[in-house]
Design a binder for this molecule. Structure first.
Ligand code: GSH
Length: 203
């Protein structure tokens, strides 16, 4: 058994949330080290690439959220053993990372520049990725993204859809998912009812 510490901001979302959920679902013992935003510079000093999340595994600091997701997914039984199913799971996780990078690229913009950049994202890549993910879900039968069971792919997309719906991002309408890919909202609501996930968000 590994000694695990997950380090990330103290909010129920973002790049560490799928790993947190996986470890909770899988009953994996870990330290959930959450820090407030104003401590970020201090935490970065301990991070090899000056970024979070990190997973400390038996004393070694590991970076890259999807690598962490695969690792904890395997520990929790939430990552496919079959190579092809694992590929489909990775594809979903990496696509969400890719679109996240496009959104993060607008964080440094202000005013009209940010508005134009985000409107272009909504019309272009965000619509494209949402439609694509919805069609992938439909191909798999509509309930789960891979293997007809809950895997890391579902957790990754669940966290992303919650964040898009939150309305926290100016110029990205909180109705976007409902308008473009309503089946992803149904998926998100279904995953949210998983007892361990429902208990986590209500606590
Ligand atoms: N490729 C990394 C990206 C991690 C990343 O960019 N994390 C953000 C926070 S969500 C960060 O620490 N950024 C560094 C900074 O803002 O200085 C991963 O997959 O984990």
């Amino acid at each position: 058994m590994h000694k695990l510490t997950l380090t990330y901001f103290d909010f129920p979302g973002g790049r560490a949330e799928p790993a947190r959920l996986a470890m909770i679902l899988g009953g994996i013992e870990f330290e959930d080290f959450r820090f407030p935003f104003d401590q970020f510079n201090k935490v970065k000093e301990q991070s090899p690439l000056k970024q979070v999340p990190t997973l400390n595994v038996d004393g070694r600091q590991v970076t890259q959220c999807n690598a962490i997701n695969r690792f904890v997914g395997k520990l929790a039984g939430l990552y496919p053993q079959d190579n092809y199913q694992a590929l489909l799971c990775d594809e979903i996780m990496d696509a969400i990372e890719e679109i996240t990078h496009k959104i993060v690229a607008t964080f440094g913009l202000a005013g009209e520049k940010q508005k134009l950049a985000r409107e272009a994202l909504v019309k272009g890549p965000l619509t494209q990725y949402l439609e694509w993910a919805q069609s992938r879900l439909a191909e798999q039968g509509g309930e789960y993204f891979v293997e007809q069971r809950l895997t890391m792919a579902d957790l990754k997309i669940f966290v992303w859809i919650r964040s898009l719906n939150s309305g926290h991002l100016d110029h990205i309408p909180s109705s976007l998912v409902a308008d473009i890919a309503p089946k992803l909202n149904e998926h998100m609501q279904r995953i949210a009812k998983t007892p361990a996930i429902a208990a986590y968000y209500s606590s």
